[in-house]
Ligand binder design. Sequence first.
Ligand code: ADP
Ligand code: MG
Length: 904
Amino acid sequence: MATSGGSNVVRNGTHNYRSSLKPDRPLSANSNPKNHVKSKPLSSTGQRRNSTGTIGGSSAASKDDAGVPGRVRVAVRLRPRNAEEMVADADYADCVELQPELKRLKLRKHNWDSETYEFDEVLTEFASQKRVYEVVARPVVESVLDGYNGTIMAYGQTGTGKTYTLGRLGEEDTAARGIMVRAMEDILAVVSLETDSVSVSYLQLYMETIQDLLDPANDNISIVEDPKTGDVSLPGAKLVEIRDQQSFVELLRLGEAHRFAANTKLNTESSRSHAILMVHVKRSVKGRDSGLSNENGNHSHMIKSLKPPVVQKGKLVVVDLAGSERIDKSGSEGHTLEEAKSINLSLSALGKCINALAENSAHVPFRDSKLTRLLRDSFGGTARTSLVITIGPSPRHRGETASTIMFGQRAMKVENMVKLKEEFDYKSLSRTLDIQLDRLSMEHERQQKAFEDEIERLSREAKRQISEAEKQYGDALEKERLKYQKDYLESVKKLEEQMVMMQRKNENSHPTSNGELSAEEAADLKIMLQKETLSRKAAEEEVNSLKIQFTELKKSEASGKLEILKLHKKLEDEAREKEKLQGEIAILQSQLLQLSIEADESRRQLGRPGSAKDASGPDSLTSQVKQQQPSGNGEKASIAKLFEQVGLQRILSLLEAEDADVRIHAVKVVANLAAEETNQEKIVEAGGLKSLLMLLKSSQDEIIHRVAAGAIANLAMNETNQELIMAQGGISLLSMAASNAEDPQTLRMVAGAIANLCGNDKLQTKLRGEGGIKALLGMIRCRHPDVHAQIARGIANFAKCESRASTQGIKTGRSFLIEDGALPWIVQSANNEASSIRRHIELALCHLAQHEVNAKEMITGGALWELVRISRDCSREDIRTLAHRTLVGSPTFQAEMRRLKIVL
Ligand code: ADP
Ligand code: MG
C-alpha cells in the first residue's frame, strides 16, 4: 500500500480507545483543549497537512502537531445476499471476494480475472454491528471526546446497508444497534452530566436544501462559517440536549419518521437525501497544566488558580449519504432530473474534496456544495474521518460496486492497485474463525441483555409480592388486635355493671346478711366466671393461631429469599457461562494467532525454499522466526496485534486447558513467541517457564513434549533463564522427557535445551548431579544426526566450562564427562561425517586433553589417536593448532607418543 502505516493507525486507535474511555483518564499533552489547531480553518493552501504529504503517514508522523492522524480511513462492508439475490443470482458467484485477514477485496472482472484492492478494514457479510462500530467509529468517537471534530460517513449504492450500518436503532435486538446509537452510548458513558453537555441536531440535505429533521417546519437552514475560526454552525437548526440514551433513541426515531424517502426500483426504503446527525460534546476540563507548571512552583500555582475553567468542544458528524447509483438507473419519476443534479452535486463535490485532500492539493473545493461546506470543519486535516463504503454481492450491480470501490480507493489515496498472485491455504480457516468469533460475541451480547432484563423483572416481581404479603398480614393483625381490645373493654364494662347491680341487690334484699352471697348468686357468678374463662381461652387460641399464621408468613418470606438466592445462583452460573464463552473467544483468538504465525512461517518458507533445512541448532526455531522477509512486516504487525489482543496471560492459562488440542495449540503459540528474544522476558515473568516445565511433567503427549522442550530450549539461551530452569527442577524434567521420547525431533529439542544449559559455568555441578550428562548420553540411542549434533554441542559446552573451572582451580579431579562414561561415544564420533557433530567433538576432546587428570583415561579410551589426527588434518586451523598445542603441553601424552613413536 502506498501509504504505509495507514492501517496501523486504525488499529492503534481501536486499541487505545478502551483506556481513553475511562472518565478519569489522564489527558495527553497533545489533546490540549482550546489551543490546538482544530478551530483553525483548513486553509485553502492546505498548510496544515503534514510535510510528507501523505495524509496517513507513519503513525509517528501522523501524531505530529495536532495528535490526530489526517488521512480518511476507509472500511468496506459487504451486505449479505438478500432473498431476491439468493434466487436471482443463485447460479452466479458474488462479484467480490473478500480477504479480511489481508484487508483486501477482489473484484471479479470476468470468471478468470480479478482486481485486488486494499482497504483499512474489510468487513465481510458476517461482520457484526459491534465490530463494525469498533473499527469504523470508535476511533472517531474517541477523538471527539478528546475535543476534536470527527466525521463518520457511509457511501454506497442504495440498498447496500448504509442506513443499516449507521442508523439501526436495534431496539428489538441489542446486537443490531448501529453506529449512531453505539456512539451516543459511549459518549454518555464518559461525559459527566453535571459539568458536561451533549446536544444533538438531526438534519436532512435534499436538493441542496437543509431541513431540520427534529422540526420539519424548519426547512431552509443556512450554514454560517466563522471567518476567524472556520467553525461551521447552523444557528437555525434545533439543538436538543441529550441526558440519557432513551431520549436520544426517541429523537432518532422522530427524525427518521420525518425523513424524506423516495422509492426507487432498487429498494423501497431507499433514500435520495443525505441524513446528517451532529453531536456536540462540551466537556469542562479540570486541573490541566498550561505547560507553565514546570517553572517555579509558586508562580505556576498562581497562574493555574487564575486560569478560567477550560471547556473542550468536539463535534461528531455522522452522514448517511444518499445512494451513489446513477439516477437514470433507479427509474424514479417526477422531478428526477433536477433531483439527480442536486444529489450528484453534493456527492460529486464530496468526491472532489476527498481527492483534493488525498492529493494534498493546494485548493480543496469545500464551497462547491452544501454538504462539503457543512463538513468543512470536521473533515480531513486535523479532524478524524472514517468512511465506510457499503457494497452488495450481486454481479448484476458490478458497475456500481466498482465505482463505489474506486471512490473508497481514492479516499485512501492508493495510486497503484495491488495485484495479488499468491494464495494462502489458511485463508478459509482464518475466515471461519473470524465468523465464529463474530457470531459468538453477537450471541453473547444478546444473551446478556436478555438475561439482565429477566433478572430485573424477577426481582421486581419478588419484591412486589413480599411487600404485598407483609402489608396484608400487618392489616389483618391490626384488625384482630382492635377487635380483641374492643371485646375486652366491653366485657370489663359488662362485669362492672353486673358488679354494681349485685352490690345494689345485696344492699336492698339482705340488709342483715353482712354481705354474704346467696347460693343462687354464687351459682350465677360461677357460671359467669366459667364463661369468661372460656372466652379468654378462645382469645388465647385466636392469638396462637395468629402466631402460627405469622410464622408461616415468615416462612414464605424466607422462601422468597430462597428464590432470590436461587436467582443469584443462576446469575453466577450465567457469569460462569459468560466466562466460558470468553474463554472460547480467547481460544479462538489464540488459534487465529497460531494460524497467523504458521501462515507467516509458511510464507517465509515459500519465499526461501530450503532455508529451514539447514537449521540444525536449537536456535532453529529462533532463526525460523527471525528469517523475516521485508514483506513479512505487515503480517508480523498483525501477529503482534493478535498477541496483544489475546494477552500472554490468557495464552499461558490455555496451557492448562482441558482440551488437549487447545493445549497443543497454546504451547505452539508460546513456543513461537519464545523464539523472539523480545518476548522471552515477558514469558518468563508471566510464569510461562513454569507452565512449560509443568507440561513436561504432567503431559503424556509427545507433541506437547516436543513443542514445550523447543520453547524451553529457546528460553534457555539466556543466562538468567538457565538458572531459573535449573532452580525449578528443569534438568530432571528434561531428563525424564529424554528417556520417554522416541521421536527424533522431540529428542533434538530436549537435547538442545540441555546443551544450552551445559554452557553455563555456574550450573556445572548441579547439572551433572541431577543427571544432565547421563540424560544427554541416553539420547545417543536415537541415531538421528540432528540429535547427535545437539548432544555433541552439549558435550562441547560442558567440556569448555569444566576446563575453565579446572584452570581456575575450582574443579579438581577427572572430568565429569569421563566419569559419566561419555568418552567412548566422543572417540567414536570424533570423525563423524556430519561437520556439526565432528566440530563440537573435536573441541570437546581438546578441552578434556588440557588437563593431566584426564590424560590416562583418554589414552586407554583411544582419544590420543583422534587428537593426533585432529592436530594433523582438521580443516579448521584454530582447532588444529589447539590440538597440537595441547598434545605438546601434556607430559603424559608426550610419553605415550614417544612409546608409540608418533611424531607430530
Ligand atoms: P441503504 O441505506 O444503503 O439504502 P439499507 O441500510 O436500507 O441500505 O439496507 C437495505 C436492506 O438490506 C435493508 O433491508 C437492510 O436491513 C438490509 N441490510 C443491509 N446491510 C445488512 C447487513 N450487513 N446484514 C443484514 N442485512 C442488511
Ligand atoms: Mg438508507
